[in-house]
Design a protein around this ligand. Structure first.
Ligand code: ZN
Ligand code: FE
Ligand code: FE
Ligand code: ZN
Length: 272
C-alpha cells in the first residue's frame, strides 16, 4: 500500500491545479490512495491569502472531492482530508468545522506563532529578525497544544520552524521531546512530509533527529508530499519509504472516517 495524504490545489492561492489533476497524478504513479487535504477555511477574514473561503469550501472543494472519489473509485481510493490550523482562540470554530465535515483524516498544522500577542504567519519570512530560540519555544508550545486539542489525527511538518534556521539547545531539545510525548499521549501520527526536500532545508519534515525520538516513543507515521502543484504528488517518496522502513518498521498509518489502521508500506509501484 502506498498513499500520499497531503495535497493542495489552486484554491489555497499559493498552489496550482485542481483536485482532479492531483488525483490523476497519483493514479499515474500507481498509488493506492490519495488524500485531498487543502488548507482549511478560517472564520472571519483570517489569512485569506493562504486558503479558500468557507463559501469555496462548500461550493467547490468539498463537492469536487466527493464527486471525483466516485469517478475514479475503480482506479484509486480518494480520501477526504483537510489541513486545519491550530490557532489559539479558534479551537472551537476549527473543531466544529472538522466535526461537521466527516473527514477521513484531519492534518493539524501550526503555521502561526504568537509574538508579543500577535499571531505571526510561518508561511513567509515575517519572522526574520526575531530571536530564533524564542520562536522555537513558541512554535513547539503550539505543537504541544495542538496535539492536546483533540481536533487532529496527524501532526503536519512538525519541525517546519527549521526553515528560519536550525537551532539546537538543551531547552529546544526538551521542547521537541515534550511535544512528541504529547503527540504520543493523544495517540496521533506524525507525517513524513517530503516538501522540505524541495526547499532550502533539503531534508524531510521532520528530519531524522526527530524521527529517532518518534521511533523510541512508537509514534505512528503517515506519508505526504505537501504538493502545491500536481507534479509534486509523490515526490521523493523513495526517501520517505526508506524512512518509514527505518523509523516505523515499514508500517504506515492510513485513515478512514478518522479511524486509523496500520498497513505495510510497499515500494514505489512505478519509477518516479
Ligand atoms: Zn500551503
Ligand atoms: Fe502546512
Ligand atoms: Fe500543506
Ligand atoms: Zn502544509
Amino acid at each position: 500500500m502506498i498513499s500520499d495524504y497531503h495535497t493542495h490545489t489552486v484554491l489555497c492561492k499559493h498552489g496550482e491545479g485542481d483536485v482532479e489533476q492531483y488525483i490523476l497524478k497519483a493514479i499515474e504513479l500507481g498509488f493506492d490512495e490519495v488524500g485531498c487535504s487543502d488548507h482549511s477555511p478560517m472564520p472571519g477574514n483570517f489569512d485569506p491569502q493562504h486558503r479558500m473561503s468557507l463559501e469555496q469550501y462548500y461550493s467547490i472543494y468539498a463537492p469536487s472531492v466527493l464527486e471525483l472519489a466516485e469517478k475514479y473509485k475503480d482506479r484509486i481510493v480518494v480520501k477526504r482530508g483537510i489541513e486545519a490550523e491550530f490557532l489559539p482562540g479558534q479551537e472551537q470554530w476549527v473543531g466544529g468545522f472538522v466535526r461537521e465535515n466527516g473527514f477521513d483524516f484531519v492534518i493539524g498544522s501550526v503555521h502561526f506563532v504568537s509574538e508579543d500577542g500577535e499571531e505571526m504567519p510561518l508561511f513567509g519570512r515575517e519572522y526574520e529578525g526575531c530571536e530564533l530560540e524564542d520562536l522555537y519555544e513558541g512554535y513547539y508550545e503550539a505543537i504541544r497544544a495542538s496535539a492536546k486539542s483533540g481536533m487532529f489525527d496527524i501532526i503536519a511538518h512538525v519541525d517546519l520552524i527549521k526553515k528560519f534556521g536550525h537551532r539546537s539547545s538543551k531547552r529546544i531539545d526538551e521542547l521537541i521531546r515534550e511535544a512528541l510525548k504529547a503527540i504520543k499521549a493523544s495517540d496521533l501520527c506524525l507525517e513524513i512530509n517530503t516538501s522540505g526536500l524541495r526547499k532550502p532545508e533539503r531534508e524531510t519534515y521532520p528530519g531524522e533527529g526527530i524521527l529517532k525520538i518518534a521511533k523510541e516513543l512508537r509514534i505512528p507515521l503517515t506519508l505526504g508530499s505537501d504538493a502545491h502543484r500536481p507534479e509534486d504528488v509523490g515526490t521523493d517518496f523513495d526517501v520517505a519509504i526508506a524512512l518509514i522502513e527505518q523509523y516505523a518498521d515499514g508500517r504506515m498509518s492510513v485513515f478512514t472516517k478518522r479511524q486509523r489502521s496500520e498497513v505495510r508500506i510497499s515500494s514505489l509501484p512505478r519509477r518516479l
